[in-house]
Design a protein around this ligand. Sequence first.
Ligand SMILES: Cc1ncc(COP(=O)(O)O)c(C=O)c1O
Length: 366
Amino acid sequence: MHIPLVDLKANYHSIKKEINQAIQDVLESSSFIMGPYVKKFEEDFAKFCQVKHGIGCANGTAALHLALLAAGIKKDEEVLTVPNTFIATTECISYVGGKIKFVDVSPQTALLDIDLLEKAITKKTKALIAVYLYGQMPDMKRIREIAVDHDLFVIEDAAQAHAAEWNGHQPGFYGDIACFSFFPAKNLGCYGDGGAVITNYDELAEKVRLLVNHGRTTKYEHRIEGYNYRLDALQAAILDVKLSHLSNWTEQRQEHARFYDKNLPAGVGKIIEAKNAKHVYYMYVIRVQQRDALIAYLKQQGIECGIHYPIPLHLQPAYTTYGFRTGQFPVSEQLASEIVSIPMYPELTQKQQQYVIDHIKKFIQR
Ligand SMILES: Cc1ncc(COP(=O)(O)O)c(C=O)c1O
């Protein structure tokens, strides 16, 4: 048996007719840049997220960059975030000249440890990027309260958390701006690169709309210098089809997670789903001592795994100039040495899951 970490082919085949038709429609319309397909997806996605404004963009990294620009972060101003995330979260801080400031995470959820947050805030701290790693939101109500007390701009990195919730509210509710990636493997993924920014604030939406398309007010009038960060019409049309399946796919991911929760052997550590969270399981992550040996063993059995992420950002070569030390963010470091992402996608069958579970059991009992 071969079980991939994510099965994009199975996903395409399950909606092939609709997707092919959507692509055909865009080709026939020749409306490739902005236009009706982008507008429709932006409206549908904003409605799905229950926010006022949705703005498509080129990818999740561009979404974060746009959010930092809209926040008005200036040189040497501090932006707080976690070390156990994809580098795009912090790259965007550097793009605007800001200073990265890390706060460690909770060992239970692998999400921002809110008890450490206030201690990390200084006079120079202007914003916070909350990362919804693996598809789960931290206690955003508490984070929002702390942010309001300290006048921090809140950006939600929801690249892995389409349709996730905290206390019944999706990304976009607690933050000033939320950012999404539609990288193919994401819970809502296109067939190339794509991203979106959502917000309830009119002035932020207006700023992002200008920045995403060369600062244009009309075809050749530019109020400001912006970027070519537009979402492709082809990707927008694909995303609109896939958006109509997202709730169903999310339920399937959650069912698979329940099955893993129930049947994985004792001795396998888990990332906990918090009581008030709706976890959408972009990744199902376990923790084991002999992580690399487990991955190698599962590979031999035809089971693909991943590590999200093996090197915490404070220890990345890209950030040596900051002078971060090993041991500075111990929970992130410990997680990085133990975590394994095991197969998770809507089309995963129970037979496949059982095969994964049986081989993890065999490895643990060796
Ligand atoms: C947490 C997080 N933030 C940002 C990004 C960047 O998204 P993209 O790859 O679409 O630029 C990703 C994508 O992998 C991500 O996982």
